[in-house]
Design a binder for this molecule. Structure first.
Ligand code: FES
Length: 164
C-alpha cells in the first residue's frame, strides 16, 4: 500500500498488471482461466504471476485453482524465455534524464512493446520504476547488472551485442 492511501482503496496496479488488464480486456465474456492464460501468453510469451492473480480476480476462481490449471498445462510458462532481460528505469529522475527516450528507442529497435520479447527471442523488454540509484540516471539493467549514465548510442550498441 502506498503512503497516504486509504485502507479501503484498491491497490494501484503496477505497469505489468496494467498491461495484462488491457490484454484481458480484449477477451470480453471469456471466463475460462486456461483460455485467458493462453491469450496472455500469446502476447507476452509467458504468464507472469501478476497475470495469474488478475485471471483469478476476473474469473472468480481462487488463485490456487488458477495456479493448478497453469501447472497442469505444460504449454503455459511463467518465464518469457528470452536470452536476455533488459529493464529500463522509468522512475522520475531517470525518465527526465533520458530514460523515457531510451525506452522509446528500445521499443523501436526491438520492435517489441513493454513486457514483450523481441521476435528473435534475444531480449525481453520491461520498464521499472526506480532501481534506487537515481544519482547515476538514466539507468538500465541488463540481466541483473545496472548500468548508469546511459546514452542512446551506448544503449543501441549494447542491444546489438545482446542480439548477436
Ligand atoms: S529514478 Fe531511476 S534509479 Fe531512481
Amino acid at each position: 500500500m502506498y503512503a497516504g492511501q486509504m485502507s479501503s482503496s484498491p491497490r494501484r496496479r503496477n505497469l505489468l498488471e496494467q498491461r495484462v488488464e488491457r490484454i484481458l480486456a480484449q477477451s470480453p465474456g471469456q471466463e475460462d482461466p486456461s483460455d485467458l492464460a493462453e491469450r496472455v501468453q500469446s502476447v507476452l510469451a509467458c504468464v507472469p504471476p501478476e497475470a495469474r492473480s488478475l485471471i483469478s480476480e476476473r474469473t472468480g476462481r481462487s488463485l490456487a485453482e488458477v495456479e493448478a490449471i497453469m501447472e497442469s498445462d505444460p504449454s503455459l510458462t511463467a518465464d518469457p524465455n528470452a536470452r536476455h532481460r533488459v529493464t529500463i528505469c522509468t522512475g522520475k529522475t531517470c525518465a527526465r534524464r533520458g530514460g523515457a527516450a531510451l525506452l522509446r528507442r528500445a521499443r523501436q529497435k526491438l520492435e517489441a512493446e513493454c513486457f514483450e520479447t523481441s521476435s528473435d527471442g534475444a531480449v525481453y523488454l520491461e520498464p521499472f520504476r526506480c532501481f534506487g540509484q537515481c544519482a547515476m540516471a538514466p539507468n538500465i539493467r541488463i540481466d541483473g547488472g545496472v548500468r548508469g549514465a546511459m546514452t542512446g548510442e551506448r544503449f543501441e550498441l549494447l542491444l546489438d551485442m545482446l542480439r548477436r
